[in-house]
Ligand binder design. Structure first.
Ligand code: ZN
Length: 190
């Protein structure tokens, strides 16, 4: 069923994700592979080259240091091949995109039915996998610009599913731990 989902509902994300990986392959990434990301099939992946992720200068800035998933393509940090938590985190984003793609497909079909506008209907379907991007905006409006990434709905779900709760935090929900860290950070900066 996952294969069927990847080849139908989630097809625009497959095309976009594979293009994303292929554009960077060779000059910024290496080790191209097609396969499964945990349970998700047809995932194209590669690994950032060292020059992309290595620290530079006194400030230690880097071009890009993140594992990045776009649709059914993902580029990982070097040395994280066996990191199951990372894979489960990225797999969560693939699933979220597929959920949105289904909604987008229904909305696109309804649009075509009522307006006859094929272009608009197909455009709605093709962009659906990316509809989680506005989450960054609303999270930043709620929690401040620097929290826009961490508190976006899709990231909260991915972190909540994969982060380890250390013994000192045992008995607390992930949201409580997160809230506590936020209070600590606030206390430090104020
Ligand atoms: Zn994430």
């Amino acid at each position: 069923m996952r294969l069927l989902l990847a080849l139908t509902v989630h097809l625009p994300a497959l095309v976009a994700g594979w293009l994303f990986v292929l554009i960077f392959y060779g000059w910024a990434t290496q080790d191209l592979k097609l396969g499964k990301l945990m349970d998700e099939p047809l995932m194209l992946t590669s690994t950032w080259r060292n020059w992309v992720v290595k620290r530079r200068g006194k400030s230690g800035w880097r071009f890009w240091k993140y594992t990045t998933t776009i649709g059914r393509g993902w580029i990982k940090q070097p040395g994280r091949d066996s990191d199951v938590r990372l894979k489960r985190h990225e797999e969560t984003h693939v699933r979220q995109g597929a959920d949105l793609s289904f909604l987008a497909l229904v909305l696109g079909a309804v649009t075509i039915y009522f307006t006859g506008d094929w272009k608009l209907g197909i455009a709605l379907w093709c962009t659906g996998w990316a509809w989680q991007l506005p989450n960054f905006v609303t999270a930043a409006m709620r929690y401040g610009l620097s929290n826009g990434y961490r508190y976006s709905g899709h990231e909260v779900e991915a972190y909540a599913l994969t982060n380890i709760i250390v013994p000192a935090d045992a008995g607390m929900s992930w949201a409580q731990i997160f809230e506590e860290r936020r209070e600590e950070a606030r206390a430090k900066t104020s």
